[in-house]
Ligand binder design. Structure first.
Ligand code: SAM
Length: 249
């Protein structure tokens, strides 16, 4: 259906993108009393809650192959065309996936069709643009972000919603773009960068230039000088937002 980058960059995802327990707690809370849950764009199974009946939907065979033994049953498919009758699930979850969908309006309409409650993890690009990696080293990320479906698009299609900030712990185990805000040296590792679609999708020449500049700033102490305030912080708001809606009957 689309040129899903995870068929290409998904290899090794499970090594660097381990679900973070604090973020998992927020997602679990947002799912409320849902007993049956469909996880759309499920990837390797991160954040699939325990103690609920979960069905996963994921297009990429590379990602499906990394689902751990004992993970929820998975259907190979796309958000835009979910193979389930109306209201099959108490809740649908879509975690850091909507921006990859070919037709976001259709995919979010499908979430509303098959579930009574929808929980979507996305981000607010206005806040993300202030993240030091973006603002000081790679403004190309903000430019690319502007073309992706993020918070405003999700809210537009889902309607009235509760929006909760998801602060990123300093030792976040899920290696998404903002995960290493207090561990800047981690961005120097090409394997870490390969597991972050926002970096893997960019032209690699400016990324490598930015990484060389970051390495130099870390070596001279310039980065630590500029970001002294971050070193004592335990969490940071980098714009990640959990959106929860309920479908009308
Ligand atoms: C960043 S990963 C997130 C995976 C998982 N939700 C997580 O939190 O680790 C994005 C996922 O969206 C999937 N994806 C891409 N296009 C999709 C589509 N049209 N419908 C459903 N999932 C899609 C990718 O294959 C990939 O597994």
């Amino acid at each position: 259906m689309n040129a899903n980058p995870y068929q290409r960059i998904g290899l090794g995802y499970a090594d660097h993108r381990r679900p973070d327990p604090r973020i998992a707690g927020l997602i679990d809370h947002a799912l409320g009393s849902a007993r049956t849950v469909v996880n759309v764009g499920a990837g390797t199974g991160s954040y699939e809650p325990y103690g609920r009946q979960v069905t996963a939907v994921e297009p990429s065979s590379v990602m499906i192959a990394q689902r751990p033994r004992g993970a929820a049953p998975v259907v190979q498919g796309y958000a835009e065309c979910l193979p389930f009758p109306d209201r099959s699930f108490d809740a649908a979850m879509a975690i850091l996936t909507v921006h990859h969908w070919t037709d976001v309006a259709a995919g979010l309409a499908e979430l509303r069709r098959v579930s009574a409650r929808q929980v979507v993890l996305t981000w607010d690009p206005v806040v993300t643009a202030r993240f030091w990696l973006v603002a000081e080293y790679l403004p190309e990320i903000a430019a690319a972000d502007a073309r992706l479906a993020a918070l405003d698009v999700v809210l537009h299609h889902l309607g009235p919603a509760s929006v909760v900030a998801v602060p990123v712990p300093a030792d976040c185990t899920d290696g998404f773009l903002g995960a290493y805000w207090r561990r800047p040296h981690r961005y120097l590792d090409p394997r870490v960068r390969a597991a972050i679609s926002a970096l893997a999708a960019l032209e690699q020449e400016p990324v490598e230039r930015a990484v060389r500049r970051l390495a130099a700033d870390l070596a001279t102490g310039g980065w630590h000088e500029r970001h002294r305030d971050l070193l004592g912080a335990d969490t940071l708001d980098l714009g990640y937002r959990l959106v929860t809606t309920t479908s009308r009957d």
